[in-house]
Design a protein around this ligand. Structure first.
Ligand code: HEM
Length: 462
């Protein structure tokens, strides 16, 4: 594969600031220790060698686990042999009680049917009308951050992206208690985002994961509210032009079939779960990087002012915000919101010639791929210009923040439009810098990769 060109010029852009990183495991460790580390921070089990090699195989409970960090190996699992793999039982166990058999957790024909049916809801022309909602949420976040008692950044970003997905899904709120539903969703997200020691025990797959009583109650509240909305819309002549309305009307192009009420209900929860935190985290890391690299921040502000003027960002602006997009891509390279995904082999197969037995696990370490020493120059440094058209990687499997192959993120266009509108608006209005007494930022992974304890920055009007 072609190696990207070396970083050009601007020494200040890369030299002084070293973005936070994970300390990898120098030596392989025993199973018990791996289990403990995994629960604390699954990223910390990744061996240092994975930043140099493309695949490492080790034993795991009588099977093999293949740690993967090379583009060809990623493509083999995600694209070429994708039918030989299913999502890992661990993640299924954690997500299913809340997300049911919706697109993220479904397998085989059930997944294919849902993917084909949902795909048209994520076409650009369907998403563009949501831009004003995104711009409004961005301006609300600006107002919150202007407050002298600056709130912690990650929670503001998470609230902003939650407001977007909620308004995009339900534009009107008749018969719907927004506050109650939001609280229920928070409990459910907490339930699926927290790995417990019992999740690592080799229990039979048919045995359901125990939910906390709070989560069971929250699921009831959430399901009742969404089912009520679906029934109301089905009874009305017009299902509405928001995402819920689209979900009610989309059809599988081949069979002409629509989604069942249960599919729609679980898809709604899936979009909330898969879509809002990931985008909020991408924005948080982008602001962390910009706060520590004033030149890049100034350049982004200049672009935002030139493209947006004084008004709200629109869908047309998004394709002109080149540097904003580069910063987001670079932030997601260094800090992929989903830094690692797992698959299990449903039959004997291979990864680039390495034999795989049925039941083996593949850990696809996007975090290591994105900082691989043979693929990137100065892999740990923040250099948005590596995303310039003539320098960006030519291999699609070198950057997998949104996954790859048939199960790649369905919401990528949505997320990029939202993050671009938000970042440009935030940086046009506000100046971000690290506090003088800032402690080094540490990385924590609980399904998603976030700054441990949130992110504290000094925020002033720009
Ligand atoms: C920066 C934001 C986002 C990131 C980094 C991200 C990342 C990912 C990744 C890596 C996958 C593949 C997981 C795997 O292969 O196991 C995925 C799948 C998925 N994402 Fe996203 N995502 C983002 C935003 C969104 C949004 C906004 C939505 C919906 C509104 C969404 C909905 C989904 C769904 C439904 C899937 C499952 C697709 C399938 O299995 O066919 N994501 N996402």
């Amino acid at each position: 594969m072609e190696k990207p060109m070396p970083a050009k010029g601007d020494a200040d852009m890369t030299d002084s600031f070293q973005p936070a990183r994970v300390t990898p495991l120098e030596q392989p460790t025993n199973l018990l220790k791996t289990g403990m580390l995994m629960r604390e921070n699954p990223l910390s089990i990744l061996p240092a060698l994975l930043f140099e090699k493309t695949i490492l195989t080790g034993p795991y409970l009588g099977r093999s686990v293949h740690h993967v960090s090379g583009p060809a190996e990623m493509k083999s699992v995600l694209q070429d042999n994708f039918e030989d793999w299913c999502k890992s039982p661990l993640i299924q166990r954690m997500l299913r009680p809340v997300l049911g058999d919706a697109i993220l957790t479904a397998h085989g024909e059930n997944w294919r049917r849902q993917r084909m049916t949902l795909q048209p809801a994520f076409l650009k022309r369907r998403l563009d009308p949501f831009a004003p909602i995104m711009a409004e949420a961005a301006l609300m976040a600006v107002e919150r951050l202007k407050h002298p008692q600056t709130p912690e950044i990650m929670s503001v970003m998470s609230d902003a992206t939650f407001a977007v997905i909620e308004r995009v899904l339900f534009s009107d709120v008749e018969g719907f208690d927004r506050g109650e539903v939001r609280r229920a969703i928070e409990v459910l997200l907490e339930e699926i985002g927290q790995m417990r020691l019992s999740d690592l025990a080799p229990v039979p797959e048919w045995m359901p994961r125990m939910m906390t009583r709070r989560a069971v109650q929250a699921r009831k509240v959430f399901r009742k509210a969404v089912e009520g909305q679906i029934a109301r819309r089905r009874a009305a002549a017009d299902p509405g032009s928001d995402l819920l309305g689209l979900l009610l009307t989309v059809r599988d192009e081949e069979t002409g079939e629509g989604l069942s009420d249960t599919d729609i209900r679980d898809s709604v929860m899936t979009f909330v779960a898969a879509g809002h935190e990931t985008t909020g985290i991408a924005l948080t890391w982008a602001l962390y990087l910009l706060a520590n690299q004033p030149q890049a921040q100034a350049r982004l502000r200049e672009e935002a002012k030139a493209v947006l003027g004084d008004g709200p960002a629109t869908a047309e602006h998004v394709s002109q915000l080149y540097f904003t997009r580069q910063v987001l891509e670079e932030a997601m390279r260094l800090y992929p919101p989903a830094p690692m995904v797992a698959r299990r082999a449903v039959r004997a197969t291979e990864i680039c010639g390495r034999p795989v037995r049925k039941g083996d696990v593949a850990l696809l370490a996007f975090y290591c791929l994105h900082r691989h020493t043979t693929l990137w120059d100065n892999p740990d440094s923040f250099d948005p210009d590596r995303w310039l058209r003539d320098r960006r990687p030519t291999d699609r499997y070198q950057f997998l923040a949104f996954g790859g192959g048939p199960r790649a993120c369905i919401g990528m266009g949505f997320a990029m439009m939202e993050a671009t509108i938000m970042l440009a608006t935030l940086v046009r209005e506000l100046a971000f810098s690290p506090p003088a007494d800032a402690r080094p930022v540490e990385l924590a992974m609980q399904v998603t990769l976030r700054p441990a304890g949130g992110l504290h920055l000094i925020v002033k009007p720009a």
